[in-house]
Ligand binder design. Structure first.
Ligand SMILES: *Cc1c(COP(=O)(O)O)cnc(C)c1O
Length: 394
């Protein structure tokens, strides 16, 4: 049967082949990841957990699970190997947001206080946005960044003392600097709070040793698998072994029904790939490329939030150009360059307009871009921005 769907997929494939992808949260997966996610495993129901779960959960609710049991166990072991950890891992969350919901529900009651990074300073929707479950279910308090855009660790400690949160959350969607996990762990210990890390963006860097690891410091760690980890679109939760049962119960039956075994297969392939020397070299290149591109913007006179980057992304502050992030995003789209508008610290415009854009190097590094290629793209973006300024003057 001819389906319209495959015409649309072909068009999307052509778009992906022909654009310069600078969205910091995107990447391109391997053929093996696609094969696993497109496999017969999508036919299988598997509510519950494999029988020999260390958390003591009591097996599946349906028959015929012998192969998916093996798969899920294998997937868990592979992820423990990626991060060289004996933390318990739950590979069932459908996405980063689902992982965060279950992580909160594992140790918190509705109404409890979470201290997280403020959203217009780089936090995520699920870190307390009033339109998200996090902001509706929990009492949110926020720490911010200093005038240069760096996380203000003094502010974290002060707020933690003041609001006595049940949980302190570290992690961001638009933060270009190394996060000081020991400083957060200290603040949490002082406040008697759980310490959770959402490493959705930097997980690939943690796996490759390009960002310090939160394992050993955090009680709970969540991540997506599709950003710098370069895998299928999904989520994971890690926790200290003593929280295993609470985390497993929060995922199923707490927040989800049947696991997506085809996606778990994709995550297992992702973990195999993320354990290789080739992956580590890839991440080193992502970080190197990001610095090169960021330095090029700085040398062309652009303002970069925090004045640089330690990871796979940076934020251009366009305030001095007089252009909005939205206008630049739209104009770059017309030139086949894809990125997203982003708030800058002390943002004066709305989240729909913004004064900045976020740029990431993970996706195009997968496509083989080198430092020279990223420098060339920076210059092309500069020309487009200058043309936009000229148009405004006329
Ligand atoms: C991307 C992201 C998520 C959510 O991921 P989804 O898979 O889109 O739900 C959660 N936390 C942070 C910090 C992120 O950057």
């Amino acid at each position: 049967m001819k389906s319209r769907v495959f015409e649309i997929i072909a068009a999307e494939q052509a778009r992906q082949n022909s654009t310069v992808e600078l969205i910091a949260s995107e990447n391109f997966v391997s053929e093996n990841v696609m094969k696993a996610v497109g496999s017969c495993l999508t036919n299988k129901y598997s509510e519950g957990y494999p029988a020999q779960r260390p958390s003591g959960n009591r097996g599946r609710f349906y028959g015929g699970c012998q192969y998916v049991d093996e798969l899920e166990e294998y997937c868990c072991h592979q992820w423990q190997a990626v991060f060289q950890t004996d933390y318990h891992v739950n590979v069932q969350p459908h996405s980063g947001s689902s992982a965060n919901l279950a992580a909160y529900m594992s140790v918190l009651k509705p109404g409890d206080t979470i201290l997280a990074m403020s959203l217009n300073n780089g936090g995520h929707l699920t870190h307390g946005s009033p339109v998200n479950f996090s902001g509706k279910l929990f009492h949110m308090e926020f720490y911010g960044v200093d005038e240069n855009g760096f996380i203000d660790y003094e502010d974290v400690r002060r707020k933690a003392r003041e609001c006595r949160p049940q949980l302190i959350l570290a992690g961001a969607s638009a933060y270009s600097r190394t996060i000081d996990f020991p400083a957060f762990a200290d603040a949490a210990r002082e406040a008697g709070a759980y310490f959770m890390v959402d490493m959705a963006h930097i997980a690939g860097l943690v796996a490759a040793g390009d960002h310090p690891s939160p394992f050993g410091l955090a009680d709970i760690i969540t991540t997506t698998t599709h950003k710098t980890l370069r895998g299928t679109r999904s989520g994971l939760i890690f926790c200290r072994p003593e929280l295993a049962k609470r985390v497993d119960s929060a995922v199923f039956p707490g927040c989800q029904g049947g696991a997506l075994q085809h996606v778990i297969a994709g995550k297992a392939v992702t973990a195999e790939e993320a354990s290789t020397e080739e992956f580590r070299e890839y991440i080193h290149a992502v970080v190197r490329n990001c610095k090169a591109m960021c330095d090029e913007f700085i040398s062309m006179g652009y303002k970069v939030v925090t004045g640089g980057t330690d990871n796979h992304l940076f934020l251009l502050d366009l305030t001095d150009t007089g252009l909005t992030g939205k206008a630049v995003q739209d104009e770059l789209d017309r030139h086949g360059i894809t990125l997203n508008k982003n708030c800058v610290p002390n943002e004066s415009r709305s989240p729909q307009q913004t004064s900045g854009v976020r740029i990431g190097t993970a996706a195009m590094t997968t496509k083989g871009y080198t430092e020279q290629d990223f420098i060339a793209v920076a210059r092309q973006i500069d020309r487009i921005i200058r043309d936009m300024q000229d148009m405004r003057k006329e």
